[in-house]
Ligand binder design. Structure first.
Ligand code: ADP
Ligand code: ASP
Ligand code: MG
Length: 451
């Protein structure tokens, strides 16, 4: 039995939190593998450093050193503290060298390398804390563990086959010997051996990739809330914990804004039917959420609602587009060339509307403008839109449900700009202006979940 346990930033963010997390890892039976994020605030700190023109390397490092050494000094003593300090200083020294190496900045993967450094420090710390509790443990970077990735900077995708081979060679023997491997989340190594991150919050995905590669029996996501909830509790304080979900529901909600899971977490575990538990590392006795293949029907109209803001609708207008399928194909082709994610598509007789991220508008327009001008009558952009994703058992089956949902949207005073109904078999997705989105989420939750 192998369990992969992922701990997010807050779960390793202080001496108290990291000790609690180490106890959770040490407590269970069978093979245990931890995948860990950077201590809370560390990735942001590294990214701010990269974005600043006048930040000094030593100031940036001083904060990292204090954050980790404070915990080490509180939780470790004697030989373990000495060994940890030595390993930690080596990692900080190589980070300093990297930051001072002006030539390194021209590497397109330089930012990935720097922003993933927090994970290299947190795994070392957690591994030593496990040792201080009498457990055998080894910290491994993604390179050492054999997590392979490909893709553009900041947007890596794991190579599941190569990663599985790597993990079976580098990690499985440790598990069989009763050692607890603690592996860096957030990034893999690209084909040049350089760090490639999986996007913000990517440690959930790393953990799912590790669970897939090791054929684990269970993936546990330990975080700072009691489980997957009916809405983001920061937006809807009355949100309740969902006891059970299926993979499709969790995947759709994570993709469309439920930050509790990185958008790509579900696929690597769904492929191998590995159940996922989402639990609170500060309250491990609480049941949390079980995400698995099939769940019992609950007949709730709305189980959970998520929102994704900062999107834009691009509408391409061309006469009788619906009768010219090649024209639609050409538009889609240009979007593919732009390499952007399309969150929804809707067509009418003479328009194709696409929902993309605000930041992708420029690149998308650049490619759409390459279309033959005689083919395109106009291109409109509506920015600052938000996609609302509503998941529920009866949402797509029960007659009149859309009317009730859109009634709640109307009560929030919002206009629906685009609807994508029927594209997913678990969710109803629609677009409203971003400044209305929170009101819509609250209204839907109040009407259909309660509070
Ligand atoms: P971690 O550092 O453990 O990865 P994150 O901050 O990435 O934690 O994710 C947990 C946060 O996700 C919660 O604190 C909560 O505010 C937010 N969140 C958004 N949507 C949901 C949801 N549907 N259920 C639970 N939490 C959610
Ligand atoms: N430390 C990374 C981030 O802050 C990855 C993660 O937390 O999952 O985005
Ligand atoms: Mg997260």
């Amino acid at each position: 039995m192998i369990t992969v346990l992922k701990f997010g930033g807050t779960s390793v963010g202080s001496a108290e939190a990291i000790r609690r997390s180490a106890k959770i890892i040490a407590a269970g039976n069978g093979g245990r593998v931890a995948v860990v994020s950077a201590m809370s605030g560390v990735t942001n700190h590294l990214i701010q450093f990269l974005e600043s023109d006048n930040a000094r390397t030593d100031d940036a490092l001083a904060l990292l050193i204090k954050k980790h050494m404070d915990v080490a000094n509180e939780l470790l003593t004697g030989k373990l503290l000495k060994e940890f300090t030595k390993g930690f200083n080596e990692r900080v020294d190589s980070l300093r060298d990297l930051l001072n190496d002006k030539g390194a900045r021209s590497d397109p993967y330089f930012n990935d390398n720097i922003s993933s450094q927090g994970e290299r420090l947190s795994v070392l710390l957690l591994s030593y804390i496990l040792m201080s509790m009498g457990r055998e443990s080894v910290s491994l970077t993604s390179e050492e563990a054999g997590i392979y990735a490909a893709g553009p900077p900041g947007l890596g995708t794991a190579d599941l086959q190569k990663t599985s081979a790597g993990l079976m060679m580098n990690v499985k023997p440790l598990i069989l010997r009763g050692v607890i491997p603690v592996i860096t989340g957030f990034y893999g190594r690209n084909e040049d051996g350089k760090p490639l991150t999986f996007g913000r919050g990517g440690s959930d995905y790393s953990a799912a990739v590790v669970a897939n590669g090791l054929d684990a029996d269970c993936l546990e996501i330990w975080t700072d809330v009691d489980g997957f909830m009916s809405a983001d509790p920061r937006v809807v304080p009355e949100a309740i914990v969902i006891d059970e979900m299926n993979f499709g529901e969790a995947a759709e909600l994570a993709y469309l804004g439920a930050k509790v899971l990185h958008p790509r977490t579900i696929e690597p575990v769904r492929m191998k039917h590995i159940p996922v538990k989402v639990k609170n590392s500060a309250k491990p006795e609480r049941p949390g959420t079980l995400i698995h293949h099939l769940r019992a029907p609950k007949n709730e109209m709305l189980r959970s609602v998520a929102m994704k803001a900062d999107l834009s609708i691009i509408t391409v207008g061309s006469s009788e587009i619906a009768y010219r399928p090649r024209m639609v194909a050409r538009i889609i082709d240009k979007i593919a060339d732009a390499g952007v994610i399309v969150y929804a598509i809707s067509t009418s007789l003479s328009t194709v509307a696409l929902l993309i991220h605000n930041l992708d508008v420029k690149e998308t327009l650049k490619h759409l403008n390459l279309l033959d001008p005689t083919d395109v009558e106009r291109i409109d952009v509506k920015s600052n839109m938000a996609l609302i994703c509503a998941v529920g058992d009866d949402l797509l089956r029960r007659c009149g449900v859309s009317a009730e949902i859109f009634g709640a949207v109307f009560e929030a005073g919002a206009n629906v700009e685009l609807i994508s109904e029927g594209a997913s078999d678990v969710s109803l997705n629609f677009v409203v202006p971003t400044d209305m989105a929170i009101g819509v989420v609250k209204s839907l939750h109040r009407k259909f979940v309660g509070g």
